[in-house]
Design a protein around this ligand. Structure first.
Ligand SMILES: Nc1ncnc2c1ncn2[C@@H]1O[C@H](COP(=O)(O)OP(=O)(O)OP(=O)(O)O)[C@@H](O)[C@H]1O
Ligand SMILES: [Mg+2]
Length: 148
């Protein structure tokens, strides 16, 4: 069975990419690999600003983990509705690197992302994650432009 990778950061933009991506997988007869990456850069930024707050690092990590579980549950429920099998992946690292690596490891046919994410500065065409994935991917990338 062919697979598409849907990357989600739990934002309303990525949710719209999930909705489209799951529908597309259904029409293609494909499975979905749903991926949320706990952003190591966010953890590093926190650690830089709070070098004396050791518990805070764990707290931010757990908050991001919870956000990821929630985002992946959303994909799973959409998959269930549509009858599309969904594999959930919750990993930590730099989002672009992890998305590209998992696309290769899972042998996906296509990557689906939102044009924007959590930062969601809607005067921008694309966020840094979607722009870098388009630039570096070894497979086709579908960027779903979401409504703010
Ligand atoms: N941590 C992540 N894990 C999985 N997918 C992600 C992650 N971050 C972003 N994405 C994917 O990339 C899309 C675009 O998000 P991106 O982060 O590029 O935009 P942004 O948050 O608005 O801008 P920036 O992060 O550059 O400040 C999201 O809709 C989502 O599909
Ligand atoms: Mg972002």
């Amino acid at each position: 069975m062919s697979k598409i990778l849907i990357a989600t950061d739990g934002s309303k933009y990525s949710q719209q990419a999930v909705d489209y991506g799951v529908g597309l997988a259904k029409r293609m007869g494909s499975g979905v690999v749903a991926l949320y990456v706990i952003n190591l850069r966010s953890l590093e930024m926190f650690a830089l600003g709070h070098h004396d707050d050791i518990g805070g690092y764990d707290r931010v990590n757990s908050e991001l983990k919870r956000e990821g579980e929630h985002a992946l549950d959303y994909v799973a429920s959409k998959g269930e509705e549509a009858g599309v099998p969904v594999e959930k992946l919750l990993l930590r690292g730099y989002p672009v690197d992890v998305i590209l690596k998992m696309a290769v490891d899972r042998g996906v046919e296509m990557i689906v992302l939102g044009n924007l994410g959590r930062s969601g500065l809607d005067h921008l065409l694309m966020g840094s994650v979607s722009a870098d994935v388009v630039r570096r991917a070894h497979c086709p990338v579908l960027v779903v432009r979401g409504k703010p």
